[in-house]
Ligand binder design. Structure first.
Ligand SMILES: *Cc1c(COP(=O)(O)O)cnc(C)c1O
Length: 394
């Protein structure tokens, strides 16, 4: 598997344990991007010449690949965005501003990434809605039952949390949200790369993810939205491509998804995304989660043996993410020393300051796994960790 990723032939010593931040790219994704730029490059939608028609065909087939990947019912339910952050902001600014009024409630959780907190905070400030926070227990299991009421309008939850690794029961939460007349927005940035996703089975209303965490290019992501919801939603950006008829007095818009895709689209990125999603499906998302689950379990077993090391998030159902803190060790010092030994792991606030505060910390360390990681790398990581801890202990 490692041989599929050219980064490791350029850096054979690299042990990359930061896939939750972004994943490396397989050769076939890099090839798809460079082939498009070198051989097939043209704009889409607007023109009659053949190169453009071919590019349009490829671009449209990327939407179809994303539909298949999420098992959405209709291609019109797939909106290309810049990524997860952009997708959540689109739902907040369009659906949120249209539906929320003073006193309505937006429900998020304690374990959310800043991208699934700040857009809702901005929406609450804009509309007078109230932001409520679902707590979790000390293991990182969401205590969501009983949190919804008739006032709840939007529930926004991570499929898999980026610090605790918790896999949340999205289908159950969706059912409860609908029973209270609310919609469920799923932050799938960690869900899409690590678990099979079926938006119809989950019955979520929106699902957002980023290509760059799924072995695809940066700068593109997907917002899935149920057709009947997207159809009611106003665009939040105006410009070319999203319009039907433009007069100085009045403009009519395209149907979704084009209504939400103003400007020249992310053509090459979409083609790269398509290749990445097909590549994942060729390997099989079940086999990916089995492999990553093995790494998660093994690394957890090895880490708990280390004195004064606390794992943040021990939920029974977890994605391949382990955040930890070692008493007396500053995460930044640790990451710097590990980097010298060619181990890349994440340190800092992990884009979840409220959650780290709950754990009584400002910063922590995180290892996360992807398709290319091995058991042997876990052994090397643990060995190096044991070697450097005495050096960084304060
Ligand atoms: C990475 C991440 C995001 C943000 O994704 P971007 O690609 O930076 O937009 C949001 N939520 C979670 C859980 C993440 O891990």
């Amino acid at each position: 598997m490692r041989d599929n990723f050219p980064i490791f032939s350029h850096h054979p010593e690299l042990i990359y344990l930061d896939s939750a931040a972004t994943t490396h790219k397989p050769q076939s994704v890099i090839d798809a991007l460079s082939r498009f730029y070198a051989e097939d490059y043209a704009t889409v939608h607007r023109t009659a010449y053949r190169a453009s028609l071919r590019a349009t065909e490829q671009y449209n087939s990327a939407r179809e690949a994303a539909r298949r990947f999420l098992h959405a019912a209709h291609g019109e339910e797939i909106v290309f965005t810049r990524g997860t952050t952009d997708a959540i902001n689109l739902v907040a600014a369009s659906y949120g501003r249209m539906h929320l009024k003073e006193g309505d409630e937006i429900l998020i959780s304690e374990m959310e990434h800043h991208s699934n907190i700040v857009p809702w905070q901005m929406l609450a400030q804009h509309t007078g809605a109230i932001l409520r926070i679902i707590p979790m227990d000390e293991k990182g299991v969401l205590l969501w039952e009983g949190m919804m009421s008739a006032k709840t309008c939007i529930v926004a939850i991570a499929h898999i949390a980026n610090v605790t690794g918790t896999i949340n029961p999205i289908a159950e939460i969706a059912k409860a949200a609908h029973a209270h007349g609310a919609v469920l927005v799923v932050d799938g940035a960690q869900g899409a790369p690590h678990a099979p996703v079926d938006v119809q089975a989950l019955d979520c209303d929106f699902y957002a993810f980023s290509a760059h965490k799924c072995y695809g290019p940066t700068g593109i992501g997907i917002l899935y939205g149920k057709k009947q919801l997207l159809e009611q939603m106003p665009p939040i950006q105006g410009g070319g491509d999203m319009v039907d008829q433009v007069f100085f007095e009045k403009t009519s818009y395209q149907e979704p998804p084009l209504r939400f895709e103003a400007g020249t689209p992310l053509i090459a990125s979409a083609i790269g995304l398509k290749r990445a999603l097909e590549w994942i499906e060729d390997i099989g998302r079940e086999s990916i989660s089995v492999h990553e689950g093995m790494l998660l379990q093994y690394a957890t077993e090895r880490l708990v043996e280390i004195p004064h090391l606390r794992i943040l998030g021990r939920a029974p159902s977890k994605g391949p993410i382990i955040t930890f803190h070692i008493e007396g060790v500053h995460p930044l010092d640790l990451a710097t020393l590990l980097d010298v030994r060619h181990i890349a792991l994440r340190s800092g606030h992990l884009c979840a300051q409220p959650l780290l505060r709950k754990f009584g910390l400002q910063t922590a360390s995180r290892v996360s796994f992807g398709i290319y990681n091995t058991r042997d790398e876990v052994d090397q990581f643990i060995q190096v960790l044991q070697d450097v801890i005495p050096i960084v202990l304060q």
